[in-house]
Ligand binder design. Structure first.
Ligand code: ADP
Ligand SMILES: N[C@@H](CCOP(=O)(O)O)C(=O)O
Length: 322
């Protein structure tokens, strides 16, 4: 059943790794992309907002190719699509823009044909495209996720974010692609570093699941990726080492960076001090950054009511930015 009137979906951004959980932990954030998809006579794109500048507006666009993979899997043919997209998620900053695009395209395309594919299948397809399940899992399921991936199937356990958990991100002006940040990683690590990360990541997942905010700073330590990526984000090590003295529960490189992320207890009253500290350290390295206060997003990709009267942009402006 193809829904000729089209579908509209909202997808949250995500932060991957949370420090020690490299390629396995992720959290959805209250920052969003919106995709609208309709069958059309000729393929056409409407990309709204600065965050989508420069992306292709033809059939090479990720949203189109991912949508076609859903139709192929379901045995349906919709070769021409009208695709609209609007996004508050900055590209190549470590906030999961590619994952949200993949998840949004999978979710919208599946909804357009009556949702024949289960969420677990969309997760496998998304992970195969992104190569790791942490961002796509969070964007698809919302909340905090811990995921395993065997190269074919992903399994997700979703953790409800603790009450009072807030997220401060400092987003540098410069871009850093995930592929470049992965090239900085070693091919092999020592047993000691592997044990270090397993122990910290397990502790972090358990602390988040149990609402033990007091254990986050001890758990949020990493030896697998952040030290190797430090030279790509000057000031990062100082922030990781000192931010807890300025009110953070814990800090991490968000995904592959360059965004830096601090988990904060909303009741701490130290938000301004922490924000000033992050910006001061980055500025001392000549990095201009902007900060955003976010919350964990408890829902994943979801379908929105399609209002025939308003365009996607009108919808987003009215609902979110007004
Ligand atoms: N809406 C979109 N449409 C098409 N491609 C996208 C979209 N969003 C992201 N991408 C692709 O994903 C890339 C960014 O992915 P990546 O380097 O993993 O960084 P991020 O941390 O933002 O996910 C962009 O350069 C672009 O190629
Ligand atoms: N686990 C991945 C996460 C990449 O996240 P992104 O938001 O930067 O795409 C990694 O650390 O490489």
């Amino acid at each position: 059943m193809v829904r000729s009137s089209g579908v509209r979906v909202q997808v949250p951004a995500s932060t991957a790794n949370l420090g020690p959980g490299f390629d396995t932990l992720g959290m959805a954030l209250s920052l969003y992309s919106w995709i609208e998809m309709k069958p059309a006579d000729t393929t056409v794109f409407h990309l709204y907002g600065d965050n989508l500048d420069g992306l292709p507006k033809d059939k090479s666009n990720l949203i189109y190719t991912v949508a076609q993979s859903v139709f192929a899997e379901a045995g349906v043919q919709i070769p021409e699509l009208e695709i609209s997209m609007c996004s508050d998620i900055p590209l190549t900053r470590g906030l999961g823009s590619s994952a949200s695009a993949i998840v949004g395209a999978l979710y919208a395309a599946n909804a357009l044909i009556g949702s024949p594919l289960p969420l677990a299948r969309l997760l496998d397809m998304a992970t195969a495209l992104e190569n790791h399940p942490d961002n796509v899992g969070a964007s698809l399921y919302g909340g905090i996720i811990t995921a395993v991936w065997d190269g074919t199937h992903a399994v997700i356990l979703r953790i409800e974010p603790p009450q009072h958990l807030e997220v401060l991100v400092a987003i540098p002006e410069f871009q850093l692609s995930t592929s470049k940040a992965r090239e900085a990683l070693p091919k092999q690590v020592s047993l000691g570093d592997a044990v270090y990360n397993i122990s910290h990541s397990s502790m972090l997942a358990a602390a988040l699941a149990m609402g033990r905010l007091d254990l986050i700073s001890a758990a949020m330590q990493d030896r697998l990726h952040q030290p190797y990526r430090a030279s790509l984000v000057p000031g990062m090590m100082q922030i990781l080492e000192e931010a807890t003295q300025h009110g953070a529960l814990g800090t991490a490189l968000s995904g592959a960076g360059p965004t830096l992320l601090a988990l904060v207890n909303a009741q701490s009253g130290q938000g301004e001090q922490l924000e000033a500290f992050l910006l001061k350290v980055l500025k001392s390295h000549d990095i201009t950054a902007r900060t955003l206060w976010l919350k964990p997003c408890t829902h994943g990709a979801k379908e929105l009511t399609m209002d025939k009267e308003s365009s996607l942009l009108d919808y987003v402006r009215g609902e979110v930015k007004a």
